[in-house]
Design a protein around this ligand. Sequence first.
Ligand SMILES: Cc1cc2nc3c(=O)[nH]c(=O)nc-3n(C[C@H](O)[C@H](O)[C@H](O)COP(=O)(O)OP(=O)(O)OC[C@H]3O[C@@H](n4cnc5c(N)ncnc54)[C@H](O)[C@@H]3O)c2cc1C
Length: 458
Amino acid sequence: MNEQIIEELQNIVGPEQVLTSPEDLICYSYDGTFTEHRPDVAVLPASTEEVSEILKVAYREGIPVVPRGMGSGLAAGSIPFSGGIALSLTRMNRILEIDHDNMMATAQAGVITADLAAAVEAEGLFYPPDPASIRQSTIGGNVAANAGGPRCLKYGVTGDYVMALEVVLADGRIFRTGGKAIKNVTGYNLVQLMVGSEGTLGVVTEVTVKLLAMPPAKRTALVTFPRLADAGRAVNAVLSAGILPATLELMDETAINSVEDYLHIGLPREAEAILVIETDGDEADASRDIEVVADICRQEGAGEVRVAATAAESDELWQARRSVSPSLGQKRPNKLGEDITVPRSAIPEMVARLKEISRKHDLPIVIFGHAGDGNLHPNILFDRRDPDEWERVQQAVGDIFAAAVELGGALSGEHGVGALKRPYLEMNLGPIAIDVMRNIKKALDPKGILNPGKIFPA
Ligand SMILES: Cc1cc2nc3c(=O)[nH]c(=O)nc-3n(C[C@H](O)[C@H](O)[C@H](O)COP(=O)(O)OP(=O)(O)OC[C@H]3O[C@@H](n4cnc5c(N)ncnc54)[C@H](O)[C@@H]3O)c2cc1C
């Protein structure tokens, strides 16, 4: 990155928005994983036009550009392994419109998702996607990763809400795709092509999402199962009974014990599973549904069933599930949080295989996730400084992906492929799908400057 290019970038965004000191660049070299690599320069544009001008320079010079939201990703997607420009969207943080008539909101890509959710909520509307990182991630990052969360069982993932996008292409052209018309089958669906493209096809600068009316009531239950297989059956029985809870979250015994070690709140250490279930709707529906759910769980072999009577009690029940991730930090220096999906009915078998993989490689694996949609987060705990342990982690990851694919599942339900899962992509998608994807990438980014080294196998 020569002086002349730095000067060009400074002329576009102003000198103070072009960062080159090692101290500054360290901030743009991490995400939510244990990997890191410094960019040559971090650039913080304030408008779509500035993004476009930056990309024109990068395209002309063949400089890698890695779009970046809050860097909370769990697939090393925003790490600039090839150096180049870390393009931070965080200054583009304005909510542009809340359109009541059409029930839609438009925001710049760098808006923190929780801020968007709170702004629409203040007006009686509801933006359902709820990644656990909602306060540490941007709406642009959520679109690029197609983020999910507990509520996705009932309400779907980020992509289900994206109506329109403004995107800057690799060569700097600005294009808008989609709109506020609910039905639109005019041409290829370029909105959904961009969703989940992890910064490899374009830089998302503006997002329009659809909104729902806020459900007036919700009810929460925490259900303990002595046997995991019974919890699996209960999940299927609840859904087959025609009840669609907003969330249906699973913690296995490893997660239960990890939280109990951390919080000492009296969780049953000997239980094989806990389900945290939330129903919503109007007061009568939410209450009736949670009672039916509780009855079904009892019939399927639940031990204790606790139904929260108040919002404060509901918060208490959620504390166990919310504390799984923080509790892991105490156990080992590093964790690798995977994000596999399997068909719902295969959850007990997948959990059994994860326990076998844990034994085989002599590594603790803590299991929790979204039981309703078959999305599990096995977290491998390890010490990256120990080369033997790191080798075993990599073997365990390969075994986990192989098991998920064999059971009819996928490598990722919501975190994306990034850099970490790309060696395994072909195992899941096969060579033809990857060839199709490579051709799409080539058509949109012929010089390969956008987020190189991500998604595609080396
Ligand atoms: C504690 C914790 C909990 C989490 N919980 C969840 C969860 O429940 N569900 C879930 O889905 N994820 C979760 N995540 C992962 C992460 O928060 C999501 O992937 C989130 O969508 C990333 O947003 P970000 O703004 O931090 O993006 P970044 O991490 O900065 O980037 C993620 C990817 O998107 C690309 N990107 C970012 N912004 C843009 C843009 N404007 N245009 C084009 N590409 C862009 C990057 O290049 C990168 O490939 C969690 C992470 C942590 C640390």
